[in-house]
Write a protein that binds this ligand. Sequence first.
Ligand SMILES: [Zn+2]
Length: 317
Amino acid sequence: MIEPTEVNHPADGARHRAVLAIDIGGTKMAAALVGEDGKVLRADRTPTAGQGADEVFATLRDLIGRVRGDRQPLAAGIGCAGPLDRARGLVSPVNITVWRDYPLAERVRAAVGDVPVTLGVDGHCFALGEAWTGAGRGVDDLLGIVVSTGVGGGLVLSGREAPGRSGNAAHIGHMVVDQNGEPCACGSYGCVETYASGPRMVARAQRFGWRPGRAGADAVVLAADAAAGDPIAQRAFDDGAQALAAGIVSTAVTADLTFVVVGGGVSKAGPVLFDPLDRWIKRMAQLPFVQGLTVRPAVLENAGLVGAAKLAWDSLD
Ligand SMILES: [Zn+2]
């Protein structure tokens, strides 16, 4: 019999039951104890570092130890960069090369105790987090998209993650939106990501003759130039927004949903992305059941962590 975890809430000092949430990315790992209301009770983070697979995990195990202290979480939820094998609990994150078919779920269970451990793609956790306590609070069905160095996503249907057969559903960055398009890192061509990821927007702008207004040529500088009126930078964002809109509207008519949350580093560009995105969506979303399609910017700084906690709570139902 596991004693329920109770942790002092930072705001009201009351004791709360909690689950352990873990969010793993290529540059940092975060962990938190999260209550039934989605409030983060205690959290910490660490760089993703280590020579070998088990050394990287040792860093995570230390982080888990610091966050849980002497408390026993009721369950654990893990959000990790894909792809992954949900049924077998294995991860092979593109950006953590020492983990290939790494038995992450089993290792976390060994570190946390014999409680339910649920593994989800980081984009799914982003969508779940925003649906639970973020921009999509109160919305049962939504698509979440993370636009960054890649384009990821997740579907929430009837308030729950829609994982798909292998746990990798809603890889919207690799939805083909241009059947005559450029090669994609995934091996296909014409994917959303070939137009809408930060690096691909920058590369396209440079090909069109973009000269950055200040040092560096990344998506932040491109966004600043677009906001300042540079027509080439604006075109790159407009093309990216068009590809995103095609992916969004295709998903909306497939899954029958009308609410989308967009986050990630590139989404911080603000109106230079969201204005053309709204325009293209209005143009493409014509069927009556998707005409109200709404796109909102993400509001949570730690949506992945909050969504990982939701996975854990849902595993206890
Ligand atoms: Zn692709």
